[in-house]
Write a protein that binds this ligand. Structure first.
Ligand code: ADP
Ligand code: MG
Length: 335
């Protein structure tokens, strides 16, 4: 992979920097700054070297970065306009998700080099991640380098004692990974919408697989009929919690992505809290990742007890499942 240090002198150069600012926003302000703070090292390295920076990122919680700029300046310890600018939400443009080359050209116009520091979107074939990287000499920023180095050490970890917990809502990205990891782990415990989909028979995952641990009881939504297949099961129940916790207790390596329930609502955060506490207390090697997982764990004050915290959710899982990540491919990772 081409790394930022190999870019040579960047003094006076204009750098297009793809960052990851996809954070939750509550009452108009950023409620979880972890991903933003992880951008500081690369950003300040480039500034200290005398580069000019054009940053680009997407955000799902709000349409525009504009009202968040004062908070971003504070979190990043920079001033916009002072050699560093931030483009608007890349996903506000339909060409972004089409990996559109014209959009990519517009984004990097006037820049000399491309730097990707957004590990969490490297599994997406998007214009600011892939097409743009093909237009300029392209390098990995320090966060992408660190994530790939830390995660690649775990890819071939022995099956014995490897416990993977997966939850959350993005079933389409997580189901293929669960299938792959079933062969590579001792146990996979699944919660969240992902589990509901599996139990409802909406996936081709065989629930008879003894390594697969699916919920056996649930906390249902306020007006939910007692059925799982309409996704009103909003948290895992107490028996499931006990089962998942004992898996964690026996693990040598724990990997977790995806909240076990709708943790944003206190009534449905019990499962997520119990899993987070069990991992925090475990002496195993630990890896967690994903925007919402990080938000939940930080809210519980347990982030520092989680081992390596990857900014990637889907990207982390895809990487661990040995998939080719288009954003890394564009940086020469697989050459
Ligand atoms: P991450 O960002 O950690 O990768 P996801 O984005 O896949 O996780 O999913 C997080 C979202 O999943 C949260 O907003 C949470 O409320 C939601 N979620 C978890 N369990 C359920 C459930 N049973 N029903 C509906 N939503 C759920
Ligand atoms: Mg998420």
């Amino acid at each position: 992979m081409r790394k930022l240090e190999q870019a040579g002198g960047v003094k006076g150069k204009k750098v297009f920097l793809r960052v990851d600012f996809d954070v939750p926003v509550a009452n108009g302000s950023i409620s979880e700054p972890f991903r933003i703070k992880r951008q500081k090292e690369t950003l300040h390295y480039l500034l200290d070297q005398g580069a000019k920076i054009v940053m680009a990122a997407h955000i799902s919680a709000v349409p525009s970065f504009e009202p968040l700029k004062p908070q971003l300046e504070q979190l990043l310890d920079i001033k916009f306009g002072d050699g560093v600018t931030l483009l608007e939400n890349t996903r506000a443009n339909p060409g972004e998700e089409q990996n559109d080359e014209d959009l990519a050209s517009e984004l990097v116009a006037g820049c000399d080099i491309y730097v990707n520091n957004a590990f969490a979107v490297c599994h997406r074939e998007h214009a600011s991640v892939v097409a743009a990287a093909k237009l300029l000499p392209a390098y990995a920023g320090f966060l992408v380098i660190e994530e790939t180095e830390r995660l690649s050490k775990l890819i071939n970890a022995p099956k014995e004692g490897k416990v993977v917990l997966i939850g959350g809502a993005k079933a389409s990205t997580k189901i293929p990974v669960i299938k792959y990891l079933l062969d590579k782990a001792q146990a996979i415990a699944v919660g969240g919408v992902v589990a509901n989909d599996i139990l409802a028979g909406q996936t081709d995952i065989d629930t008879d697989n003894i390594k697969l641990h699916v919920p056996i009881d649930f906390v249902m939504g306020p007006d939910a009929p007692v059925r799982v297949d309409d996704s009103k099961a909003l948290d895992i129940g107490p028996q499931t919690i006990s089962a998942f916790i004992s898996l964690v207790r026996d693990a040598k390596l724990v990997i977790w992505n995806g909240p076990m329930g709708v943790f944003e609502d206190e009534r449905f955060m019990t499962g997520t809290k119990a899993v987070a506490e069990a991992i925090a207390a475990s002496p195993a090697v630990k890896l967690i990742g994903g925007g919402d997982t990080i938000t939940a764990v930080d809210k519980l004050g347990l982030l520092s007890k989680m081992g390596f915290v990857s900014t990637g959710g889907g990207a982390m899982l895809a990487f661990l499942a040995g998939q080719t990540l288009p954003g890394l491919k564009a940086l020469g990772y697989y050459d």
